[in-house]
Write a protein that binds this ligand. Structure first.
Ligand SMILES: [Zn+2]
Length: 270
């Protein structure tokens, strides 16, 4: 599933072809892709609007449109956005298409169909419950410590909770805990100040590495132009079960935690 670095890479790639474009039509082939409003109303409200800017909040793409409208897209498992010429042959997994004044199209391809589209006046309606942005200056070790207080949950599932901190998924949670030297099953409330500081630094390190390497093409994720990111070649523990830990050589172990595959070094993480 695309996480913060994969969504950020997508946002950065879409800015150049999309900012300044006007949406001239919307075609929805899988109505459940559109969460808010109804597809008919989406079309009625969005046609004629211009894309002023594209940003990200957590794993959501935020398109700032004229008329105070905001288009929000969540890629979920397999969603992929691309900008192509109108005459590019259609793909059976493309479920929502935004036609643009230039003759090109913004296409939302999504084999598993879990992705979602929202058109709202107030983005908070969709992203208001998200936790802090981990790469913002306001996300400090002190803020992380405060949010961890009295949380008895195990740290790995807590990192995946988007209301705790936004944008982290399975890959970057495993990688961050590895660099912080923290066992994924540790209770959040037991982390020491030093461990919280290490975790904060590790979260930012792995997310920045992911953005620099334009995302991890481990499953289906591809950049908007269809090419792969490079983060899969730099992961320390994720899906490296049995391989040598890059720090100490101990074989990486895999457990299921909160229903998710979890990879860690039993020697370095305690
Ligand atoms: Zn190790």
């Amino acid at each position: 599933m695309p996480e913060l670095p994969e969504v950020e890479t997508t946002v950065q790639a879409l800015r150049e072809p999309l900012i300044g474009e006007t949406i001239t039509d919307v075609r929805v082939y899988w109505p459940r892709h559109v969460e808010i409003p109804a597809p008919d109303e989406l079309r009625e409200r969005i046609v004629g609007l211009q894309i002023k800017g594209i940003t990200r909040r957590g794993k959501y793409l935020i398109f700032d449109l004229t008329e105070d409208e905001t288009l929000i897209v969540h890629l979920r498992m397999t969603g992929h956005l691309s900008v192509v010429e109108r005459d590019t042959p259609p793909d059976p997994h493309t479920h929502t298409i935004f036609a643009l004044a230039s003759g090109r199209e913004l296409r939302f391809r999504d084999t598993r169909k879990f992705g979602r589209v929202y058109l709202v006046k107030d983005p908070e309606e969709v992203v208001g419950k998200l936790g802090p942005e981990p790469l913002e200056p306001s996300f400090t070790p002190a803020q992380l410590a405060q949010r961890l207080e009295r949380r008895s949950m195990r740290i790995k599932p807590l990192l995946l909770d988007q209301t705790f901190v936004a944008g982290i998924g399975n890959i970057y949670a495993d990688e961050a805990l590895f660099y912080a030297g923290i066992h994924p099953e540790r209770s959040a409330a037991t982390l020491t100040d030093d461990e919280i500081e290490a975790l904060h630094a590790a979260i930012q390190k792995v997310l920045r590495m992911g953005i620099e390497r334009e995302g991890a093409s481990i499953d289906r994720y591809r950049k908007p132009d269809g090419t792969r990111g490079d983060m899969q070649n730099a992961v320390a523990v994720f899906r490296r079960t049995g391989e040598a830990c890059p720090h100490c050589g101990t074989p990486i172990e895999r457990i299921i935690l909160g229903g998710r595959s979890t990879h860690f070094c039993p020697s370095c993480q305690n």
